[in-house]
Design a protein around this ligand. Structure first.
Ligand SMILES: NC(=O)c1ccc[n+]([C@@H]2O[C@H](COP(=O)([O-])OP(=O)(O)OC[C@H]3O[C@@H](n4cnc5c(N)ncnc54)[C@H](O)[C@@H]3O)[C@@H](O)[C@H]2O)c1
Length: 370
């Protein structure tokens, strides 16, 4: 039996408690939050839970094997480092930390302590994303030309991070998974309308090797909830709408055909191909349940989970570069440093150089108010 504690019981923490509580061979014994009202709510739902406002009560308890951390991003590093140092297997919500350096330290700690470090990139456990990955890997879509992603709604406004750090980790984790490689550069622009200097609307663009392009639009200031990703391949296109209850993925047999060779503009003729649209059957599994199962499996078997600390680092590296671009008028920031090798087989950002030649190594880890 694996004994689990959850730290942070605001919006997301209760979902972790619910999912772990429903799984066999594990039991949620403790929950920690600084807010007494949140603890009272958890206790009302799960009367057997022990509640505390002091994380040390959990970390010093030798009967607790694993800790899931769902607190605000700025606390992830400190709580995660304390949890790993105390010898607990640790699941940290996205994004892993506020800087590449802190991610690296967490990864090193997990290795030293021989404990699982997993990151809550929940969408990598979605059957919709799994389906699209199969299509991409099988070559069904042809060459991936571009991917466009929109994650918009009204709120929930955060006060410590901007909308990119809040919402884009989902899109970035999906993009890296689908393309299997890191971007070479990132640009980001945005605007703060509500809280001064905390952007509530941002646009990020990413250039990947072999010319694939991606755009991520994030907003807390939109009238409708949008969770939409379009994957445009040279042969087929996919629309992924996560707000759809059943038909989340639609595969369109559509493309533009251009002649392989032409000498003059007069010879250039393209044609539109309109084929069928197909909706694949997807198994109805709550992604968070699959994520919790994977964490438990990694603890039991010693095999790495699907989302490791390295993948958390890869996402944070892009967020850090995007932050730098945002603070410098949207300049392209290259992700070039070979020292930080991520699990996608490429180098990630540690020291990046913008197109202006400006070094960004000294950029503050996370400075939404800078
Ligand atoms: N994987 C997903 O799909 C998903 C979805 C939503 C949120 N999240 C992530 O979950 C985390 C929490 O987000 P949220 O929306 O639940 O935030 P929230 O503000 O609703 O809840 C955070 C809770 O942590 C508590 N807290 C803060 N500092 C603490 C500390 N030092 N010790 C103990 N408790 C502390 C707060 O009192 C609060 O109740 C974030 O990292 C967020 O990105 C992930």
């Amino acid at each position: 039996m694996i004994h689990i504690a959850v730290i942070g019981c605001g919006y997301w923490g209760p979902n972790l408690i619910r999912n772990f509580s429903a799984l066999p061979d594990c039991t949620v014994t403790h929950v920690c939050d600084l807010d007494a009202a949140r603890l009272a709510r958890a206790k009302a739902l799960y009367p057997h839970l022990r509640t505390t406002s002091r994380a040390s009560e959990i970390l010093d308890n030798p009967r607790i094997d694993a800790v899931a951390i769902a607190t605000p991003v700025a606390t992830h590093f400190e709580l995660g480092a304390r949890s790993l140092t105390a010898g607990k297997h640790t699941l940290i919500e996205k994004p892993l930390a506020t800087s590449v350096e802190h991610c690296q330290q967490l990864i090193r700690l997990a290795e030293q302590q021989q404990r699982v470090l997993m990151v809550g990139h929940t969408f990598l456990y979605s059957t919709a994303v799994e389906k699209i990955k199969q299509l991409v890997d099988a070559g069904d879509l042809g060459e991936i030309l571009y991917i466009s992603s929109q994650r918009l709604n009204l709120g929930l406004f955060q006060t410590d991070i901007n909308v990119t750090w809040d919402l884009a980790p989902h899109d970035l984790s999906i993009l890296l998974h689908l393309l299997g490689c890191k971007p070479v550069s990132v640009n980001c622009q945005g605007k703060a309308h509500v809280h001064p200097q905390i952007e509530d609307v941002t646009n990020m663009s990413l250039s990947f090797p072999r010319g694939t392009f991606a755009m991520i639009q994030s907003s807390w200031l939109d009238p409708s909830k949008v969770r939409r990703m379009t994957v445009v391949g040279s042969r087929k296109m996919v629309l992924y709408d996560d707000t759809e209850p059943l038909e989340k993925v639609k595969i369109y047999d559509k493309r533009v055909e251009v002649p392989p060779h032409y000498d003059s503009y007069a010879e250039f003729h393209y044609s539109y191909h309109y084929g069928d649209m197909y909706v694949p059957h997807l198994k109805q599994v709550e992604p968070l349940k699959a994520e919790c199962q994977d964490f438990l499996k990694a603890i039991r078997t010693g095999e790495p989970p699907r989302v490791t600390g390295q993948q958390g680092l890869a996402v944070v590296a892009i967020l850090q570069a995007a932050d730098h671009s945002l603070r410098h008028g949207g300049i392209p920031v290259e992700l070039t440093d070979p020292l930080v090798v991520n699990s996608y087989g490429g180098a990630c950002l540690a020291a990046a150089t913008g197109s202006t030649g400006q070094s960004v190594t000294s950029a503050p880890p996370l400075s939404p108010t800078a």
